[in-house]
Design a protein around this ligand. Structure first.
Ligand code: AMP
Length: 384
């Protein structure tokens, strides 16, 4: 299907979190209508969509009805079941296609795809039965990380192991689910490349973004990343190969480890806008969400040029620990942008919003968002 959908058309979104919210804001800004489907109501995406539909992804009648009322469908939640996208595809094009989701929602399929595409990937071996444990260690070595093949994100369903015994224990405590065992990578830094691919195969990559994690959750992203230009080119080439080979129509993020010797290893793919790309909203000509709108609707892709150095800091539910964060003080800082996702309940580790700081260098932008986040935090404020 090669159809273009112009402003005024209706875009359906499967999923209703913050990614769907920022997508819906970009789509509505461009004159599209948005219908969001998810099992919840009063959701971050539903609050800004034209229509919010509450139904489980497995309710295929509701999915069919939703799909028949929109022109084109995308998703913001990558664990949408294959059956759901199959049913949706009968009524409207799903972009990226369900086949892309199928590859990326299982770490074994994803890593096998990367290896077969000749791309550098963390050494890995599948574990589906007891018998594969020893082979996995022989293939990958120790230490390593055991990750569930499906449903893992933000470090959930992961365990670092140093011995065969620990691997066995970790796999048992994951209830012997299908898993992947990866070699431990002593990386120097983590970067990501957000790439858009349009309906006619055109590709536009944002420059690599530097990512700092805390407790396996993205904490701060910085752009420009400061990595050597040759490495940046190689990272963009990897992202181009991924979106081309997967025939993505939409936006996809490639997360990579950068090793001390300058080599890159792909860690993970996300077939949608990514947390690290949130800074593109305030710092780039075209945000990653506008790019997703353009790509899925068949419009020409927008410029990925960065206008100002920027840094993004996530606001997790932990900040709400004792009191409402001090929005007033943080907003008093110049060149700082506040994004909140409209989630009613703040829980530890839950992504509630983010801050983007703009400055003359990315280091200054980083200092600015960290200062702003400290101002928000009542505990830090009270420390003399
Ligand atoms: P993931 O859910 O696979 O993106 O992992 C979350 C974070 O855990 C990554 O961003 C890394 O900081 C860390 N991590 C994951 N896999 C590895 C690995 N093989 N070696 C070292 N650190 C890892």
């Amino acid at each position: 299907m090669t159809q273009t959908y112009l402003p005024g058309s209706v875009i359906g979104v499967l999923g209703s979190g913050q990614l769907g919210r920022m997508f819906a804001i970009a789509a509505r800004q461009m004159g599209y209508r948005v219908h969001a489907l998810s099992p919840d109501n009063d959701t971050p995406a539903g609050q800004v969509a034209d229509v919010e539909i509450q139904a489980p992804y497995e309710d295929l009648d509701s999915v069919a009805q939703f799909a028949s009322r929109v022109d084109v469908i995308t998703f913001e939640f990558e664990n949408v079941p294959s059956k759901t996208t199959e049913v949706a595809e009968r009524h409207a094009p799903v972009r990226p296609a369900g086949s892309v989701l199928n590859t990326t929602q299982n770490r074994i399929r994803e890593k096998t795809f990367l290896r077969e595409s000749g791309l550098p990937v963390t050494p890995f071996a599948p574990i589906r039965s007891e018998g594969e444990i020893r082979t996995a260690i022989e293939t990958v070595g120790l230490p390593g990380v055991l990750k569930t093949a499906s449903w893992g994100y933000d470090g959930k369903g992961q365990a670092k192991v140093d011995s065969e015994e620990q691997l066995r224990e970790a796999w048992n405590s994951m209830e012997r689910q299908e898993a992947v065992f990866e070699g431990w990578v002593d990386f120097e830094s983590e970067i990501s490349v957000v790439a858009g691919r349009g309906l006619r195969g055109e590709i536009a990559c944002y420059d690599p973004i530097l990512n700092l994690h805390r407790n396996h959750i993205l904490d701060v992203s910085i752009s420009p990343s400061g990595i050597p230009p040759k490495v940046a080119e190689e990272a963009a080439e990897i992202a181009r190969t991924v979106v081309e080979k997967l025939e993505v129509i939409g936006v996809l993020c490639v997360e990579m480890f950068l090793k001390e010797d300058g080599s890159l290893l792909v860690n993970e793919l996300a077939p949608r806008p990514h947390n690290s790309g949130h800074l593109t909203i305030d710092a780039h000509t075209t945000s990653q969400f506008e790019q997703q709108v353009r790509a899925v609707c068949g419009l020409p892709l927008g410029s990925t040029q960065q206008l100002r150095p920027a840094a993004m800091a996530n606001l997790l539910g932990d900040l709400w620990n004792q009191a409402q964060p001090d929005w007033y003080r943080a907003c008093s800082l110049c060149d700082l942008k506040l994004h909140l996702y409209g989630k009613r309940e703040a829980r530890p580790g839950r992504k509630m919003g983010h801050l983007t700081g703009l400055a003359s260098t990315s280091e200054r932008a980083r200092a600015l968002v960290l200062e702003a986040r400290d101002l928000l935090n009542p505990r830090i404020r009270e420390t003399p």
